[in-house]
Design a protein around this ligand. Structure first.
Ligand code: GLA
Length: 396
């Protein structure tokens, strides 16, 4: 983990003033995939990988933002923020500043130094981490009250409209509301949530396949469109539904003739995944890890066969992991087409799990996977530099 003191020293060397330090976490989703944009349920945890932001107010109305990861500085005037080239990292903080202002927040000019340790492009939400860290820092530095739900929504809006990725609310929400040792069951329609503690003796083990398929964003948008098509068709007979969240599996089966086979399969994934996610939360709550593991397995199969967002490397990683001693459950996590799997593993078995998975995956693919073991972490916060630790931001 990067030290906040080091970051402050780098800030002083670049901008000549002391800085306040903020950080927001990446995330891993235990179950509930491709359900958030269908008004459904997700079960993520924040992880101990962060986007760090050092910030100090400026006398002018500028945002001057330096990225350590890209070794590049961007500048914008708060009264006229426009997007940079597509895929530019600067669009994340600039987009958030733009949406905060559009929502009536009066921001001051700021110098920001951004440094992230969430693996990029691995499906662990480095983008939500930078959005939420930057948004929280800008609000705090400008003396604005922080409402975490509103911050999550404005960061999502920035990603949808400024960056141009049609993501749901899950990643930004958990970056705001993560809680150490807890997973969060989020209702993506009402934004109500409940938390459940991960049992002691069980660890979250994330296996990075080290592949990223180019198709990810176009296929993501296509899946969203297929879900919308399903809702439109089903509304002819179920006029009250607003999203796939409102459809039961029996209703889907009864009206399957209205849907083409692909749209039917997509809907079946979303509807069964919503059920699995709520059931998984109950299983975790009652410490029924056997049931939780089976639901993770079923989720992976549904994502592979019905939603078709897995790939051969993710399937292989799940297959290898599932055969290891101490394994509770394994599935792909995040948008898919590469990235990571999430594994619940008994703590005592984690070292052997790591060695065996790395060796077997490498032998079959030639790729060296990265394995991250992380406790569930807290959401965005300001870091207290003097104490060298972290302190919570306002709990609003
Ligand atoms: C990406 C998106 C999320 C969610 C997942 C799939 O991570 O950013 O909003 O849709 O894919 O569950």
């Amino acid at each position: 983990m990067r030290s906040p003191i080091q970051l402050q020293e780098k800030f002083r060397a670049r901008f000549g003033t002391p800085a306040a330090i903020y950080r927001a976490p990446g995330r891993v989703n235990l179950i509930g995939e491709h359900t958030d944009y269908n008004d459904g349920f997700v079960l993520p945890a924040a992880i101990e990988f962060y986007c760090w932001v050092a910030a100090a107010s400026r006398a002018d109305r500028k945002l001057v933002i330096h990225s350590e990861n890209f070794n590049e500085t961007v500048e914008a005037n708060l009264s006229s923020i426009s997007a940079l080239n597509k895929n530019h990292w600067g669009n994340y903080p600039l987009g958030v500043a733009d949406k905060l202002q559009a929502a009536g927040k009066r921001l001051n000019g700021q110098s920001l130094l951004i440094s992230g340790d969430v693996p990029l492009g691995a499906g662990l939400s480095s983008s939500a981490a930078i959005e939420v860290a930057a948004g929280f820092a800008l609000l705090k530095q400008s003396g604005c009250n922080i409402n975490r739900a509103e911050l999550a929504q404005l960061c999502q809006k920035a990603e949808n409209e400024f960056v141009g990725a049609r993501c749901g609310i899950m990643d930004q929400f958990i970056a705001c509301y993560g809680r150490a040792s807890f997973v969060i069951l989020l209702d993506c329609r009402s934004l109500d949530f409940q938390s459940a503690q991960l049992p002691p003796g069980v660890q979250l083990v994330i296996c990075n396949t080290m592949v990223r398929h180019e198709l990810a964003s176009s296929e993501y948008n296509r899946r969203r469109a297929e879900c919308e098509e399903g809702v439109r068709a089903l509304r002819m007979v179920l006029p009250d539904i607003r999203a796939l969240r409102d459809v039961t599996i029996t209703q889907l089966e009864n009206h399957c003739a209205l849907l083409n086979p692909t749209v039917y399969s997509r809907c079946r994934h979303v509807i069964t995944e919503n059920d699995r996610t709520q059931e998984a939360f109950r299983a975790l709550y009652s410490s029924n890890l056997g049931a939780f593991g089976r639901l993770m397995r079923d989720s992976h199969r549904s994502l592979r066969d019905d939603y078709e967002v897995s790939c051969k490397e993710l399937d292989l990683m799940v297959e290898i992991a599932s055969a290891q001693p101490g394994m509770i459950g394994s599935r792909m996590t995040g948008g898919g087409f590469g990235g990571c799997t999430i594994n619940l593993v008994e703590a005592a078995a984690v070292d052997a799990f790591r060695q065996s998975v790395v060796a077997k995956y490498h032998a079959q693919t030639g790729l060296k996977p990265e394995i991250y073991v992380s406790p569930a972490a807290d959401g965005v916060q300001q870091v207290d530099i003097k104490a060298g630790g972290a302190m919570h931001g306002p709990a609003s």
